[in-house]
Design a protein around this ligand. Structure first.
Ligand code: ATP
Ligand code: MG
Length: 413
């Protein structure tokens, strides 16, 4: 192990990080996604620093297969974008780069400064790796791995916390949760998924700041809920969110029924499926996850007069209300409703076929899609919409059509 030092400005050397060599930690390049390795090599060849950071390293250290790979770099978002044909800059305040690959997105984030600067209306001041390490939410998410030399950089004694099995906030508790309330959800998620202890002061701070969650954008909450449903610990996490007074703000309608036995059974069944899928490799679909959330709570009286389509629309409407303000893509919700229809023994042959035809062949990214249900509800005739789409304004922007958005575009990070 090496120690990285820096000058403290008074001529003294102070330690800033522990650097573990390849032999001193269990992470190897074979556990890293090959596209992430390729992207890191490209950034480093262009003269930038680049590391795998965050959840992927945490998961590997826990002996799990990472779900996604995030890269931290010294290059600015523009510099990164110029290197890759498949890059797109997103985010309003803190800009990050998404690299699009078949069926996955790799997020590239420039080292974030620990100073805030609102002079230009943004707080996207970029900084050094050391500053970036202090801006990460929890110590277990703050390790950096360099695949080119196998070194693991630890600025926050994160490995010590892995040994102690604790979740420690790196940002002072006096403002971390009011600055970004989503961190409270993340803390409870990691408590359940790692089995680590959430320190008492963190638990107290969550209780104190619970109501701040109301200020979060729907897209970020949707993203977190989606991660919870695919975590394999959804029942425990949602129960804890309720215990800490957060759930009523995240899923106001659904939370009223969260203590029902049927809800518990559906979530436990989902968690089992997710955990089993880690062994057999076949991932649990998004619609199955949504199905677990809505199935126990949909109320439907089977009347002979209602057509299959009417039943579908009624269940779809109820599902939307139950999970509001969460906004998953409509085609996922439609498929979840179709599963409930199947349980009821009702076939919706025509619409089902068309919905399936529209569904993406590969794993979808987060770009918005039209759905069968929405198209039917739409008040603009399709011809008119087509004409509108062609009309551009002076800036070359298309009028009448929303710019394509990803969930992450809404991020304030
Ligand atoms: P998971 O996807 O399972 O939640 P993750 O750690 O990969 O795990 P991401 O949302 O992909 O989570 O974020 C990547 C990394 O960015 C995190 O590991 C953490 O270091 C940092 N991060 C994410 N969200 C925040 C936040 N709200 N505040 C501070 N740091 C964050
Ligand atoms: Mg991640």
């Amino acid at each position: 192990m090496f120690i990285r030092y820096k000058n403290d400005g008074k001529g003294r050397s102070v330690p800033v990080a522990k650097i573990y060599t390849q032999k001193e930690h269990p992470i190897t390049n074979s556990q890293i996604d090959k596209d992430a390795l390729w992207a890191i090599r490209k950034i480093q060849q262009a003269g930038g620093e680049a590391y795998i950071v965050g959840g992927a390293i945490r998961d590997i250290l826990l002996g799990r297969k990472p779900k996604d790979f995030d890269i931290a770099t010294s290059l600015s978002p523009r510099q990164v974008q110029r290197l890759f044909w498949n890059a797109r800059i997103i985010g309003r305040r803190f800009r990050i780069v998404h690299l699009f690959f078949s069926g996955k997105i790799i997020e590239v984030t420039t080292f974030r400064s620990d100073e805030e600067n609102f002079e230009d209306g943004r707080n996207n001041l970029y900084g050094t790796i050391e500053q970036d390490a202090k801006r990460r939410d929890f110590s277990i998410n703050s390790l950096y791995y360099n695949p080119s030399n196998g070194q693991l950089l630890d600025f926050n004694d994160a490995l010590g916390d892995f040994r102690k099995r604790v979740i420690r906030s790196l940002i002072p508790l006096s403002y971390t949760f009011s600055e970004d309330p989503v961190r409270m959800i993340r803390a409870l998620k990691y408590q359940a998924t790692t089995g680590f202890e959430l320190k008492r002061d963190v638990r107290k701070a969550i209780k104190k700041n619970a109501a701040c969650i109301e200020t979060c954008s729907t897209s970020r909450l949707t993203e977190e809920i989606a991660k919870i449903l695919s975590s394999g610990s959804s029942y425990e996490i949602l129960t804890n969110l309720r215990k800490y007074g957060l759930l009523q703000f995240i899923l106001p309608c659904w939370s009223m029924y969260a203590s029902l036995d049927a809800v518990r059974a559906a979530l436990e069944d989902l968690d089992k499926r997710v955990r089993d899928s880690r062994n057999d490799g076949e991932p649990v679909t998004k619609e199955r996850q949504l199905y677990a959330l809505i199935k126990p709570l949909v109320v439907y009286e089977n009347t002979a007069e209602a057509s299959a389509e009417e039943v579908f629309h009624e269940i779809f409407r109820q599902a939307k209300v139950l999970i509001s303000p969460m906004t998953p893509p409509n085609y996922e919700l439609e498929k979840a409703v179709d599963m409930i229809m199947q349980d009821l023994g009702i076939r919706r042959a025509r619409i089902k076929r068309s919905a399936e035809a529209r569904a993406p062949k590969k794993k979808p990214n987060t770009l918005g899609r039209k759905s069968a249900a929405n198209e039917e509800l739409s008040v603009v005739p399709s011809k008119k919409r087509k004409r509108k789409r062609k009309k551009s304004n002076k800036n070359g922007r298309v009028e009448g059509v929303a710019e394509p958005k990803t969930l992450a575009e809404e991020h304030d990070l």
